[in-house]
Design a protein around this ligand. Structure first.
Ligand code: SAJ
Length: 422
């Protein structure tokens, strides 16, 4: 048991996970020093405002900053615990890129002190926590670390992956169970004491490699299951069977629970993390790799369907050339009822349809303007009724609640491609 209460902690990386976590610690009256390389984000947070969209986060950050428990800076300062929540993207060839973890480790190393705890929260390939420990030890030969000194090390280290769902981050941070993978028993005890500041779920301990793999496994499990649903949608299209009805029927079985096919798998987690497993064990990770391939292919399949529909429209109206065919694309976000367009298959589909040369009437009720990366000469942003007005083809790409409400109306359109089972 570790019974010391942490008074001052530092959160390195103030993004979608780091900022809510920092704010929750601060709401429990722990002094939090937030560190980020983005000066604009730091300034915004110090004004008590937020630079990301997440329900309830604005209130908590505002209270934490005005009450003096949270401040942001670009330069690390001494603290009792450091939590690292920086991105772990992949590089060319789907190989994980640890450069942000490396620079975070190197930036906190100079301020580390005896008795500190360092936690890696970023989703990481197996072995990344040990690698971080090595970077820290190389930078601070005057301190001891758990890889050489176990429970007696000056600085303890653990991996504790975040598992929260975007859109529900604040509630899930508090209620979800946490897997804690310490590099020693002492690290596990310290990490439990730290997280129990605000976590109401259970804190379960293991070693750092198993904790890393647990997080990757959760997201790969979901990816594989979505791939199964997406593969069914292709098979059913071939066999002229309604895949939505099929899944509903199969799910009546007490031990079957098939997920929903869609326009593809987006976001920054499920479409990325399985590659970390594939990279670590390419010979063994066959299903995981194939699931990625199936899900990655789905947007292209939707575009092929649109191309076929365009050919049909042209064969019925020989005077129509590509530039006066309008395709209404319903939804651009990476999943329902959010405004996040990053890594969105729907957004990729909109871009690819625009490249064909027709007009795209995009409908995305959660945004106010089209991102710059979109070809504005071929794509316009519309409300639903305007978007449908002159549409030759309607493609439903995201199951937003506004579209579900209009499902009966949408069904009446003569040419509709429904990728999400509206
Ligand atoms: N999707 C489908 N069909 C489905 C379910 C989802 O096509 O039946 C698609 C969505 O439209 C979206 C993508 O999958 O494009 C991912 O969405 P999601 O809601 O499944 O997950 P994320 O990426 O928002 O969050 C996931 C969560 N992981 C799991 O549910 C196992 C979350 O708990 C993780 O913390 C998060 O990844 C993360 O940060 O890793």
């Amino acid at each position: 048991m570790y019974d010391k209460k942490f008074q001052t902690i530092s959160m390195v990386g103030l993004g979608y996970i780091g900022l809510p976590t920092a704010a929750l610690f601060a709401s429990r009256k722990v002094k939090v020093i937030g560190v980020d390389v983005n000066q604009k984000a730091v300034d915004t947070i110090n004004k008590g405002e937020i630079h990301i969209v997440e329900p309830d986060l604005d209130m908590i950050v505002h209270a934490a900053v005005t009450e003096g428990y949270l401040k942001a800076t670009t330069t690390p300062e001494p603290a009792e615990a450091f939590l690292v929540a920086v991105p772990t993207p992949f590089k060319e060839g789907n190989v994980p890129d640890l450069k942000y973890i490396e620079s975070a480790a190197k930036s906190i190393a100079p301020v580390l002190e005896k008795g500190n705890l360092v936690i890696l929260e970023s989703t990481s390939p197996v072995g990344a926590t040990e690698q971080m420990a090595k970077w820290l030890a190389d930078a601070r030969p005057d301190l001891t670390f758990p890889q050489s000194h176990g429970n007696n090390a000056d600085v303890q280290i653990a991996h504790c992956p975040e598992r929260v769902l975007p859109g529900k981050v604040v509630t899930e941070l508090v209620s979800n169970d946490r897997v804690i993978g310490g590099m020693s028993d002492k690290a596990n005890d310290m990490a439990i004491a730290l997280y129990k500041t605000f976590v109401e779920g259970e804190c379960i301990t293991t070693d750092s490699r198993t904790a890393e793999m647990a997080k990757l496994t959760e997201n790969s499990f979901r990816d594989v299951n979505i791939a199964f649903a997406n593969e069914l949608s292709l098979i059913c299209d071939e066999l002229d069977i309604n895949v939505w009805e099929l899944i509903e029927l199969a799910n009546r079985h007490p031990r079957v629970n098939i997920l929903q096919p869609g326009a593809g798998v987006g976001g920054h987690c499920i479409a990325v993390d399985p590659w970390f497993i594939v990279d670590s064990a390419p010979e063994q990770a066959k299903i995981i790799k194939m699931a990625r391939d199936v899900n990655n292919y789905k947007p292209q399949w939707v575009v092929e369907k649109v191309k076929a529909a365009i050919t049909d429209v042209q064969s019925q109206n020989p005077d129509k050339n590509l530039s006066n065919i309008t395709v209404a694309c319903l939804g651009m976000a990476f999943k329902p009822d959010i405004d996040d367009l990053r890594e969105s298959p729907a957004m990729q589909i909109v871009k690819d349809i625009a490249k064909i040369g027709c007009q795209v009437a995009a409908v995305e009720p959660n945004i106010h303007e089209l991102p710059e990366s979109i070809d504005h000469s071929h794509v316009s942003l519309n409300d639903l009724s305007k978007g449908l007005e002159n549409a030759d083809i309607v493609v439903v790409l995201v199951k937003h609640k506004q579209f579900i409400e209009q499902a009966e109306y949408l069904k009446q359109h003569s040419c509709i491609i429904d990728a999400v089972g509206i």
